[in-house]
Design a protein around this ligand. Structure first.
Ligand SMILES: [Zn+2]
Length: 329
């Protein structure tokens, strides 16, 4: 993902929107009769470690293939209905990626559905590393990729133990992080990020698939992470941002979920909103005062397990479980 630094780009982004702005309000009705499972942070941490142990999950590598198998098998073991959507995706530099979007569904008969998503690929370049020698190094993506997927695997494990009332679809999108590095970025490379979600939004795994709303997790594992209200999220799905941030506050997590406007970020939710027509938000760590807008580890060789903090994972995972289990069919 990257920051949308230019207002013009933002205007373009909004002007080619295919879905209307969502301004629905939604009451945060805490259902007292619903038992909400406890999020296991150790389990989520282990799922992140497992992905990192494969090495960088760069498309067209063996580690990528092995991790894809692991993710699909893991979802199956948690009794999800699994579909692996395969596609040949064209990159900005003319390569073809053998991509896989890995989809796990619960309560297939339920009409009211929530979409949870994260990208599982990792960036082939450490192009924001402080040492230019590392530029072509594949990053481990402990936070940028693995953290969101790890939390969603733990959420899937909980769904298997206790079904939520609504339907839930979990999508691990591929090829999010193959976007043109800054030095190659032009107007033509605007859509070089998020290739897996762009493909899915145009070719949904089930024809006519709809969800009430979507939540993207991206870089949600760093210590003292700050999740600001991301601007694309607020534009398309303000009531979902309100719902999630209010839920986090009521659980005592407002040090992470900060109720202030952050940046506008090109990420998978943009295409799920604009092409997929599903109002979706992004929970993403932003550092508003840093040069890049993200944490120091972002797109560097330092995106390793040392930066993963169980307190942050707990804040995100617990909030997410409360949101889902409080959702009525
Ligand atoms: Zn990234």
């Amino acid at each position: 993902m990257r920051n949308l630094l230019f207002l013009g780009l933002l205007m373009f982004l909004f002007s080619c929107s295919k879905v209307g702005k969502t301004n629905q309000t939604d009451n945060l009705d805490e259902k007292t009769d619903v038992e909400i499972p406890a999020f296991s942070v150790d389990s989520a941490f282990a799922f992140i470690q497992k992905q990192v142990d494969f090495g960088p999950r760069v498309p067209n590598t063996k580690a990528h293939q092995d991790c894809a198998n692991f993710l699909a098998e893991k979802l199956k073991s948690f009794q999800a209905e699994v579909i692996v959507q395969e596609a040949d995706l064209r990159t900005f530099d003319g390569k073809t990626l053998k991509a896989k979007n890995i989809i796990g569904s619960y309560n297939l008969e339920a009409k009211t559905r929530i979409l949870l998503f994260a990208h599982w690929d990792t960036r082939p370049w450490a192009d924001h590393d402080s040492d230019p020698k590392n530029y072509d190094t594949h990053i481990l993506g402990a936070n940028d990729g693995a953290s969101g997927v790890g939390v969603l695997l733990e959420v899937a494990r909980q769904f298997n133990l206790q079904k939520p009332e609504v339907g839930v679809d979990i999508i691990f999108f591929d090829a999010e992080d193959y976007g043109a590095p800054d030095k190659f970025a032009t107007e033509e490379t605007t859509h070089s990020w998020c290739l897996g979600s762009q493909y899915w939004a145009q070719n949904k795994h089930k024809p006519g698939y709809r969800a009430k709303y979507g939540i993207l997790l991206d870089m949600i594992g760093a210590g003292n992470a700050k999740f600001y209200r991301e601007q694309v999220s607020d534009y398309y799905a303000k009531y979902v941002v309100d719902k999630v941030w209010n839920q986090a506050e009521s659980l005592g997590f407002s040090a992470y979920f900060i109720n202030q406007t952050g940046g506008a970020i090109t990420d998978d939710h943009v295409y799920v909103n604009q092409i997929g027509g599903i109002p979706s938000i992004n929970i993403i760590h932003q550092e508003l005062n840093s040069e890049t807008g993200f944490g120091h580890y972002w797109h560097t060789v330092n995106d390793t397990m040392e930066n993963i903090d169980k307190n942050t994972l707990n804040a995100v995972g617990t909030t997410l479980l409360h949101v889902i289990y409080n959702e009525k069919p």
